[in-house]
Design a protein around this ligand. Sequence first.
Ligand code: C2E
Ligand code: CA
Ligand code: CA
Length: 744
Amino acid sequence: MKRLSVWIKRLIITVLFSLFLFVLLACTDTYITSRLENQLFDTLKDISAQNALLIQSKIADRFDLLTGIAKTFSGDKAINYVDAYTQTNPLSNMLNFRELGLATPNGIAYMSSNTVFNIKHRTYFQKSIQGENYVSEPLIDMRDQTDINVYSVPIYDSSNNVKAVLFAMHDAADFQDCLRVPCFEGKGYTYIINSYGDIITDSPLVSVSADAMTNISDFIFLAPQNEIAVSTMLDNMKNNVAGPIQYTLESDRHAYMTSLNINDWWLVTAVPSSVLKQRIASLTTVIHAIGVIFFIVSVIIMFYMLLRHQRNQKYLQHIAYVDSFTGLHNKPYLTEHFKSLCSKHTSKQTALVVYNIRKFKSVNEIYGTQVGNKILQKFAEIVQKNIDTTCEVAIRDHADEFAVLYYYNTVDRLQQRIQRLIESSKYIECNNNQIQLNLAVGVYTIHNTNDSFEKIYHCANIAAKKNKQITAGQVTYYSEELSEIEAQRKLSEDAIRTGIQNKEFKAWLQPKYNCITKEIIGCEALARWYKPDGSVLTPFHFVPLSEELGIISEIDELIFEDVCRNLSQWLKQGLPCVPVSVNLSRAYLGNPNYLDHLQEIIQRYDIPNKYIHLEITESAIIDNEHLLNQMIEKMHKLGFKVLLDDFGVGYSSLTSINSLNFDVLKIDKSFVDSIGTQTGDCIVQYTIALGQNLGMEIVAEGVETQAQYEFLKQHGCQIIQGYYFSKPLSREDFIQLLCSSKDL
Ligand code: C2E
Ligand code: CA
Ligand code: CA
């Protein structure tokens, strides 16, 4: 169905594009054709102008001849009309006139043929007796009924008065010869009309009888649509403007009319439109062929581009919606398709389940990221097998965070499926290692599918986070209470982040005493949060969450800098100074570059490195012993003493303690607390001996009672830290205590 709609879409776009292209090409074609037509009209105009010139010059030649002859009769000498034929007859024959005639002022004409008749009422006589050169329209020679034109010129006496008229008759056919100017491969022709539209003479080339009409108004009888053309022609003549015209006789005609400047005569040069069209036909055929090729090529290109575009889009969608690492979909995909997926099975209930791999970071650190990656891919396969791929969707959001949108009938059934997934991913085999995976599972049963996916995902995530805090293997369902806890947590998180930004974390210092002399020989820096409301919070309120959020190292750094600032002030003031041990979180130990940063801070405050000791908690050892060893090496190179903190609770092996080059061993408070019991005494005694054998100094922390102090002193513990001597103190209280203990 979707494919069909894609094709329909493609087709519509292609058809629209073709239509657009078609209109564009049609317009271009019309434009080019009209340009070509205009060019042909120009040619017609040129031919018409040439013809007019030719006719004008021929007529002028004839007038020149006549005027030349008229001169022989001019002057005051009386004309001998009766014998004039003896003079005119040879001239007429010689000059190829049909006849020459001399007319008296009252219109009696003496012809070269020795005949006499009255021409008093003839226009040509009347014009020339007025002093004009005149050529008549075709007349009929009464004697032999042939068409003739009469050319007449005045004959002047010495006072320049017209004393007679000389005229010559010419065969009209002769005049027509002037019009016999072939053009347009003989298909063009020329005729003369007067201002009344009378066709004075037509070209002998007119082969179409219809053209041989007496007045242009006859055109209208032949084709009524010629009315416009006829009125244009009459208007043109009236307004004395030359111009193109089109009319229809037996077929369409293109014509151009030009004034002849003889009488009120106009020359019309016409050509059948088919001749013109033929001329541009080959050109337009080429243009049409190019147009068609262009059209086809464009449509093909367009179709190809559409296909490519859709393929690209599919590819982009794949990139955008698929997690390239596991091949599962990603969160944007589920966000986008959540509503449509939920509406698939309205008869079933839906749930979003978030799966997190517990302590996946440790897996990466212990086995390396390559193995870690393989495990993620294998886990993705297991998840994919666990779902009904026709309607359910599994995604990987980031790192080890997966989610599945399930359909279920009963919660029991859902629980079974989740449990099955927990079981099947419990042990994953990778590079011959059976790696145990414990999942944190958070379930959000979706009651309102109109809720935003973000909200639903957030709720399932809250449940998964909560699940991390309980024993593995169980499943946590989202509830409102969880949400409240999470909201509180979010508030705390925001407050810690702002606290870091505002540098609200300062170091309190707990003195360490020489067990024998009870002298303060050092102290431990312990973080305190100076809240804007005036309260001072202990690490219990912010260290676990900061560790979880991965921002504990930022607090470590603030404390470190505060310690350096205090030491630098005391040193400058000449006050007594003792080494301060600073706690480094395990996050700090993951990156050797952090140490360079600490060194920078020390240098900035100009503190000798001997005043700084670094405490590393025992539980950090199991994470990555090799890396830790490198770190300790580097710390030693920089001149820091390194303490193994919380010894006894981290379950580190003796071999690892031996290989790691710690300078000081801090016995954990829980061991100190057990002093007084048989096993407790035994363990503490043994631990002190172990430390001494490994060449380490021994510090006991959390010493609260005299009995504990005495026991530790008796068994060789060198340094005591605990409430028995002093609680952690603010910098002011600490320096005061130190000064007074030194009697300053
Ligand atoms: P820790 O490093 O083992 O520090 C010793 C803790 O024991 C301190 O608690 C100290 O006040 C407490 N303590 C010392 N003597 C006694 C005693 O006699 N009786 C009792 N009941 N407690 C005693 P505090 O200051 O609450 O710190 C708790 C933990 O927070 C520290 O344990 C350490 O793991 C962490 N911490 C403190 N400051 C920092 C810091 O700047 N960075 C990091 N990463 N962790 C810190
Ligand atoms: Ca410590
Ligand atoms: Ca400790």
